[in-house]
Design a protein around this ligand. Sequence first.
Ligand SMILES: O=P(O)(O)OC[C@H]1O[C@H](OP(=O)(O)OP(=O)(O)O)[C@H](O)[C@@H]1O
Ligand SMILES: O=c1cc[nH]c(=O)[nH]1
Ligand SMILES: [Mg+2]
Length: 219
Amino acid sequence: MPPASTSASTTGVVVEPDHPLVRHKLGLLRDVTTTTQMFRQLVNELTLLLTYEATKTLADEEVEIETPLERMAARRISGKKVAVCPILRAGMGMLDGVLSLIPGARVGFIGMYRDEETLQPIEYFVKLPNDIADRDVILLDPMLATGNSTAAAVATVKAAGATSVRLIALIAAPEGIERIHRDHPDVAIVVAAVDRGLNEKGFIVPGLGDAGDRLYGTK
Ligand SMILES: O=P(O)(O)OC[C@H]1O[C@H](OP(=O)(O)OP(=O)(O)O)[C@H](O)[C@@H]1O
Ligand SMILES: O=c1cc[nH]c(=O)[nH]1
Ligand SMILES: [Mg+2]
């Protein structure tokens, strides 16, 4: 018998789905010979798989429905609605993947790039749903490197009233995870892989390079 209502805490959890499809697609994504077109498609597919993981803790409840044959108890997502917030640019590549599974989600945008010298984030655009305080927020960014950008984005949505925040990323460095755990221990992280670390320029190694440039064919 399923519970009448489910709602699990996501506090501080790092989920790395152990799945052959995730491993296979991530290997293709990292490969330097992968084309822009293929890269975009893989980001979309990986995001779909990670969204399945990231939404496992959304609350659901019992509802009575009628099939063509009889009445039955079904389950329906309850409680807060979702706001998806990509961190521009690279997070935009993940947006359609989430929206194809949660088509009714509201979308907020956080424009941010990291200064190449200081590795500090520079915010250049923010547009969030007015009722973000009442929503489960899913932040999207393929790369969690130093964690400076994600930490700033979490602060931005919290300043707007958000109290439930998750991050979906594709690759993280241990340094980035530590940073989020330290500054925002309530934020759950779902990531396809945690890599070895950062190089002297703050890039994740082995990583995949610059996610935004690979998504959009810049540089
Ligand atoms: O964890 P951090 O050290 O902050 O690094 C990660 C950030 O760097 C990349 O964005 P970038 O600055 O390249 O902007 P872009 O998406 O416009 O390319 C990436 O998409 C993250 O936002
Ligand atoms: O490895 C990295 C680090 C930051 N941003 C990226 O796109 N890649
Ligand atoms: Mg970039």
